[in-house]
Design a protein around this ligand. Structure first.
Ligand SMILES: [Zn+2]
Length: 260
């Protein structure tokens, strides 16, 4: 089988007497008049096909330096994880397990992920693209609304964090004034697995519900008090963790603390 593959590559790159096409032939249309080659995706402009094939040729040539020599590169097995790391370029963020915790509630994790990238459309961020008439934080009406203020410095957010930390201790820096004060201690947080999972779920839920309270006020003119926000966070986490516990009993030792 390997010899067959080598023969295909050799003929593709260097030409030969066997049936496999040389890359120059592979670039041609089916006739001189035909300017499109038909691929799986439908009509394909010929020049794009040539570019692609030339790129493939360059990749293969790295391992095939001479017509008769094929130098095998890489490892003799394949894992999806290896392909994934190659694709993303090997960079790893420190907060991935915080946001994408196994126990996380998907829509909370998504909002927390956007928040951690500093891409939530706060007034200050929107102002970079379209001038905003009012930049004030609606929750406190004192400061301009950016992500650091809305989720860390705002008295509303601080009231929510204080109540939540009193219920379930979160390893956040005190005073918590920026995104780093939240993510750095969480990323390096050491605790048993189940405890860590709940901690990350609580963090994502708090980010989600502060954003929810802000949006309710902005778009529906409906003010949700900090106390109500805390109750919503607790309720949702309790339901979610009790449900997960019925599946695996991993969280049994923490149920009492969650129900307090
Ligand atoms: Zn505020």
């Amino acid at each position: 089988m390997l010899e067959k593959i080598t023969a295909i590559c050799r003929n593709f790159l260097w030409g030969g007497t066997e049936d496999y096409s040389h890359y120059r032939k592979a670039c041609l249309g089916r006739s001189n008049k035909e300017r499109f080659a038909v691929g799986e995706m439908g009509p394909w402009p010929l020049h794009k096909k040539q570019d692609l094939i030339c790129a493939i040729k360059a990749i293969f040539k790295a391992g095939c330096l001479a017509p008769n020599v094929w130098t095998f590169q890489g490892k003799n097995y394949y894992k999806v994880s290896i392909g994934y790391h190659w694709l993303v370029g090997g960079t790893k963020v420190s907060w991935d397990r915080v946001i994408w915790a196994r126990a996380s509630i998907p829509h909370h994790a998504f909002i927390a992920w956007v928040f951690i990238h500093r891409r939530l459309p706060t007034k200050m961020r929107l102002n970079k693209f379209f001038q905003q008439n009012d930049l004030h934080c609606l929750l406190c009406n004192h400061h301009t609304e950016d992500d650091s203020h809305l989720f860390a410095v705002c008295p509303y957010a601080q009231e929510v964090w204080d109540s939540i930390i009193h219920w379930w201790p979160l390893p956040l820096r005190s005073p918590c004034l920026s995104l780093d004060d939240m993510t750095t201690p969480l990323s390096s947080f050491k605790a048993p697995k189940a405890h860590k999972q709940i901690t990350f779920v609580v963090f994502a839920a708090t980010i989600y519900f502060i954003w929810y309270a802000r949006n309710q006020l902005l778009f529906r003119n409906h003010r949700i008090t900090a106390l109500t926000t805390v109750c919503m966070i607790k309720d949702q986490i309790r339901h979610h963790m009790l449900f997960l516990n019925t599946l695996s009993c991993k969280y049994s030792t923490h149920v009492d603390a969650l129900l307090q």
